[in-house]
Design a protein around this ligand. Structure first.
Ligand code: NAD
Ligand code: DAU
Length: 378
């Protein structure tokens, strides 16, 4: 029988559980009354937001530890203290633009941090107290490089060719996880997934940035000519995919998770604008809440689209071949692009306070500076 990692008697350590995908994953587990106990370990960098879990923090099944994954002693003592046998590792520096401006933090957290976690897990799980365990590493399709328009989608056997410092750091971490399985027998799985979108995403990434700029009546920056393609995966589908791997995945195996939704950036932004225009037309109160949005005055949000200088080394296209996870684990995304985007727009419209507080913080300053630099360099 396969070991259980998600039932009521399990206890998971979720690193990066205060970040975008981690929050969605933890929320699913805690909102399930039959779900496991979860200890979130998060350093609360600019991208970590404990507020996103605040309504669940009185659950006896949720614990929060403010710590860095590079602090191996703390990690190992947490594992031992609660006999934790499952790690789901989300913690990372995750934004490509930031990795271009300053790669060091990406090396420190994504490579050194992942190695530190692996060492702690090995010491407890394989060293003195052997037993069933799982280290699930959350990675990205960016490790495979960039596709031309007619290339087949990335499969698990596509050779690695990372192009940005972020992608290279994730590739290095994947190799370390693989090596710990091969050499030390650590029970590991890796998922490489495409671009996530949905609730709680920070507004440095394309969809929440465009959404918040639209509502504020600010320009919507499109890098280059907007023809770069991404494969959009609704975040809850990603979480379901990870759950499927925890339940049925084979140790040492890699699974790609994709949204089956390839879109050019410019097309995606136009669709997003149209959805927001529709919401404003149907709900007059939105115009009062967001008076600077063009839709508040019957103008299309598309009018804010602004082409800016391209990202250096910008990967042209990502697309995932998700046959393996469907064939072996029966997983397929539930959301279509239309349903996922509608849920996302509605979430951001309904969570004005969350958006306002995020925008009041350092993210907004960083994003504004990024954008004005790109516009000036056009
Ligand atoms: P995010 O940037 O929103 O969150 C990262 C979280 O990690 C934050 O809570 C941050 O505080 C925490 N963290 C950073 N450094 C840490 C450290 N040294 N110690 C402990 N915690 C630390 O990221 P995300 O978008 O939620 O991505 C989660 C994971 O999924 C990452 O590993 C990323 O590479 C991967 N991924 C993301 C996407 C995507 O579209 N967002 C797609 C594919 C893969
Ligand atoms: O593919 C998975 C990856 O997706 C994850 O590993 C990364 O953690 C995640 O950040 C994401 O990387 P991208 O670089 O694809 O995401 P981003 O939202 O930054 O950009 C999406 C596309 O939109 C990309 O082609 C660049 C473009 N873009 C982005 C921003 C922020 C713009 O045109 N304008 C913008 O302002």
């Amino acid at each position: 029988m396969k070991p259980q990692h998600l039932d009521g008697s399990s206890h998971l350590l979720v690193t990066g559980g205060a970040g975008f995908i981690g929050v969605n994953f933890v929320r699913r587990l805690i909102e399930n009354p039959h779900g496991p106990t979860v200890t979130v370990l998060d350093a609360l960098t600019y991208a970590g937001n404990r507020e996103s879990l605040a309504d669940l923090e009185n659950s006896p099944r949720l614990h929060f530890v403010h710590a860095d994954i590079r602090d191996g002693e703390t990690v190992e003592s947490l594992l031992r203290a609660s006999n934790i046998r499952t790690i789901v590792h989300f913690a990372a520096e995750s934004h490509v633009d930031r990795s271009i401006l300053g790669p060091d933090a990406f090396i420190d957290t994504n490579i050194v941090g992942t190695h530190s976690l692996l060492k702690a897990a090995r010491s407890f799980w394989i060293g003195d107290e052997p037993g069933p365990h799982r280290f699930h590493h959350v990675s990205t399709d960016e490790v495979y490089g960039s596709l031309e328009p007619a290339d087949p989608a990335f499969s698990e056997s596509t050779p690695y060719a990372p192009n940005s410092p972020y992608a290279a750091s994730k590739a290095a971490s994947d190799h370390l996880v693989r090596a710990y399985h091969h050499t030390y027998g650590l029970d590991t799985t890796i998922s490489n997934c495409s671009n996530n979108y949905g609730p709680f995403q920070f507004p440095e990434k394309l969809i929440p940035l465009v959404m918040m700029n639209m509502l504020a009546g600010k320009a919507l920056p499109i890098y280059g000519d907007g023809s770069n393609v991404r494969d959009w995966l609704y975040v809850e589908d990603h979480c379901r995919g990870i759950e499927a791997i925890l339940k049925g995945g084979e140790p040492g195996r890699v699974y790609n998770i994709g949204g089956l939704n390839e879109r050019k950036n410019i097309d995606l932004v136009r669709i997003l604008c149209a959805v927001v225009d529709e919401r404003f037309a149907a709900e007059p109160a939105l115009a009062t809440a967001h008076p600077n949005c063009p839709a508040a005055h019957g103008k299309p949000c598309e009018s804010l689209i602004t082409f800016v200088k391209d990202r250096p080394g910008h990967d042209r296209r990502y697309a995932i071949n998700a046959d393996r996870i469907e064939r072996e684990l029966g997983f397929r995304p539930v959301e279509t692009f239309e349903t996922g985007l509608a849920k996302t727009v509605d979430w951001y419209l309904a969570h004005e306070e969350w958006c306002r507080r995020i925008q009041d913080g350092r993210y907004r300053e960083w994003v504004d500076r990024q954008y004005s630099d790109r516009l000036a360099a056009r």
